[in-house]
Ligand binder design. Structure first.
Ligand code: FAD
Length: 460
C-alpha cells in the first residue's frame, strides 16, 4: 500500500525519521508542498527551501525514486495528493512552529490516509531534558549541562525507497510566490547560498577540519566569515540534522580537533529554544515574562524604516542590516547589536524586528528567532536584562577592530555596499555615498531606555 512522505523543512534523505518510517510502511511518494501563505510570510526562507529542491530531487532519482512537488494551500494539496495516489498513510515530521500541526489529522483522515507525525531529528526529543523536579529548563546553562549528560541518539541512515506503481503529477520546483514576496529579488540572495544535503555535509567537514580550534576566539568577529559553521540555513531547511552534526563533531573531537565543546554548546541553544517554544507556542507574539506585555514600546514607523533600510547612521547596525538584505544572513554578534539598537535605543517593539528578520533571513527559524529577540529585549526566559544596553560603537571596536566588516558594507567603493545599493528597492533611495549622521546619540538613547525601564519597573 502506497504511503506519502511529506518532506516538511526536512529536505534530506539522511537521518530523516519520517522517511525511515515511510520506507518501512510501503512504496513511498516523496512530497514537498510549496504553500503561497508560507512564501508570503517568510520569503527568504521559502527561497532557501526552493533552492534545496533540485539536489533533493537528484538524490531521490539516484535511487529510482522521485520528488513530487505541489504548489498550493497545504491542506488542499495534501488531500489532493492522497486522493490522486490512493495513499493510505502520510508520514511527516512534526511542524515548526509545533502548533501548526493542529487540524492536519482531520485533513488527511477525510482524504483516506492516516497521519503519522515523527519527531524532528534534533539533539533530544522535545521536553525530554528536565530539571530534577520534572519541569522544563528556563535557563540555558543548566539545560546544557543536563543535555551534555544525555546520550544523543545516533543519526538514522537514509533508507532504500520502493517506488509506487504510479506517480501523481508534479509541479516544477519553482515557488513564484516567494519570488514576488522577496523584496530584493531572487538573484540578490542566491549567489550567497550553497544548497543541498551534500553541500551542507561538505561545509560541516570543512569547518571541523579547519576552524573549530579557534571557534571560541573568532566566532564573535563578523569579518572572519569562516569562523563559524555557517550551517544555520542548512539546519533551518533540514539539509542536515543536528544529531548528524553532533556526532561528526564528537568524532572530530576524538581525533584531536579543539574547540568542539564550545561549538556543541552553541548548537544546543537551538534545542533549548525549541523546548521553550514548544512549552510557550505564543513566544513569537507575547513576552515570555508576562509583565513585559505592559511595557510601552514604540510602534512601527519611520524610525523602524531607517533601521530596516540600514540608514540609522550607526555603523555596526547599518552594516548588519545591509548584510542581511543582500545575503539573507547576519552574523550572530551583529544580530544582537542591531536588535538591541532597535529595542533599546529606538525603543521599538521587538516584534517589529522579529517580523523583519522572519522576512529576510534564509536561516529563519521560528523558535530561534523568537527566543533570541526576547533574549535581547529582556522579556524572555534566560534573557539579557533590559538595562544591558549594547553600545554599537563599543561593540564595533571590540569585535570589528579593523573596521573590515563595516567597511565592506558601508564604504561606497566596497563590494558589499555596491551590492546593497543595487539590491535596495528604488523607494529606499539609497545613495551609497550618503552616510547619514546617527539618528540618535548613543548615550542619549541609552539614558532614555533606562529611564523608561526604571519607571516601568517602579509601576510594578
Ligand atoms: P555557529 O556558530 O556555527 O553555530 C552552530 C549552530 O548552532 C547554528 O547554526 C545554530 O543552529 C545554533 N546556534 C548558534 N547560536 C545560536 C543562538 N544564539 N540561538 C539558537 N541557536 C544558535 N538563528 C537561526 O537559526 N534562525 C533565526 O531565525 C535566528 N534569529 C536570530 C535573531 C536574533 C535577534 C539573534 C540575536 C540571533 C538569531 N539566531 C537565529 C541565532 C544565530 O544568530 C544564528 O543561528 C547564527 O548566526 C548561525 O550562524 P552559524 O550557523 O554560523 O552558527
Amino acid at each position: 500500500m502506497t504511503v506519502i512522505c511529506w518532506f516538511r523543512r526536512v529536505l534530506r534523505l539522511d537521518d530523516h525519521p519520517a522517511l525511515v518510517a515511510a520506507a518501512q510502511d510501503g512504496p513511498v511518494i516523496p512530497l514537498v508542498i510549496l504553500d503561497p501563505a508560507e512564501a508570503a510570510a517568510h520569503p527568504a526562507s521559502a527561497q532557501r527551501q526552493a533552492m534545496a529542491l533540485p539536489a533533493l530531487s537528484a538524490a531521490l532519482q539516484a535511487q529510482g525514486s522521485r520528488l513530487v512537488v505541489r504548489r498550493g494551500d497545504t491542506a488542499a494539496v495534501l488531500a489532493q495528493v492522497i486522493r490522486d495516489s490512493g495513499a493510505v498513510a502520510v508520514h511527516a515530521s512534526e511542524g515548526m512552529p509545533f502548533a501548526r500541526d493542529a487540524g492536519l489529522e482531520g485533513v488527511t483522515g477525510a482524504a483516506g490516509a492516516v497521519l503519522h507525525l515523527h519527531p524532528l531529528a534534533d539533539l533530544v526529543p522535545r521536553g525530554s531534558v528536565r530539571t530534577k523536579t520534572g519541569t522544563g529548563f528556563k535557563v540555558f546553562t543548566p539545560f546544557w549541562r543536563a543535555l551534555r549528560q544525555t546520550g544523543i541518539a545516533a543519526p538514522l541512515s537514509a533508507p532504500r525507497l520502493t517506488p509506487p506503481d504510479r506517480w501523481p503529477a508534479s509541479d516544477g520546483p519553482d515557488w513564484p510566490e516567494a519570488r514576488v514576496a522577496m523584496n530584493r529579488g531572487w538573484d540578490v540572495v542566491a549567489p550567497h547560498i550553497q544548497a543541498g544535503e551534500a553541500a551542507a555535509n561538505h561545509r560541516l567537514d570543512a569547518f571541523l577540519d579547519r576552524v573549530t580550534s579557534r571557534y571560541a576566539e573568532r566566532r564573535d568577529r563578523p569579518a572572519e566569515g569562516d569562523a563559524t559553521s555557517g550551517l544555520a540555513d542548512a539546519l533551518a531547511v533540514g539539509e542536515i540534522s543536528a544529531r548528524r552534526i553532533w556526532h561528526r563533531a564528537l568524532d572530530a573531537q576524538h581525533h584531536g580537533s579543539g574547540g568542539i565543546e564550545d561549538f556543541l554548546r552553541e548548537l544546543a541553544w537551538r534545542d533549548f529554544s525549541r523546548d521553550l517554544f514548544h512549552a510557550s507556542p505564543d513566544m513569537d507574539r507575547l513576552c515570555w515574562r508576562k509583565e513585559w506585555n505592559g511595557f510601552s514600546w514604540e510602534p512601527d514607523g519611520p524610525a523602524a524604516d531607517a533601521w530596516r533600510q540600514g540608514r540609522t547612521g550607526v555603523g555596526m547596525v547599518d552594516a548588519g542590516m545591509r548584510e542581511m538584505f543582500v545575503t539573507g544572513r547576519m552574523h550572530n554578534r551583529v544580530r544582537m547589536i542591531a536588535a538591541s539598537f532597535l529595542i533599546k535605543h529606538l525603543m521599538i517593539d521587538w516584534r517589529v524586528g522579529l517580523d523583519w528578520f522572519a522576512r529576510c533571513l534564509v536561516d529563519w527559524d521560528a523558535a530561534n528567532n523568537a527566543m533570541n529577540w526576547q533574549w535581547v529585549a529582556g522579556c524572555g526566559p534566560d534573557a539579557s536584562p533590559f538595562f544591558r544596553v549594547f553600545n554599537p560603537d563599543a561593540q564595533g571596536t571590540k569585535f570589528d577592530p579593523g573596521h573590515r566588516y563595516r567597511n565592506h558594507w558601508l564604504d561606497p567603493d566596497a563590494e558589499g555596499a555596491r551590492q546593497f545599493a543595487q539590491a535596495a528597492p528604488r523607494s529606499w533611495r539609497i545613495d551609497p555615498a550618503d552616510r547619514p549622521p546617527p539618528m540618535i546619540a548613543l548615550d542619549q538613547g541609552r539614558q532614555r531606555a533606562l529611564a523608561a525601564y526604571r519607571s516601568f519597573a517602579r509601576r510594578d
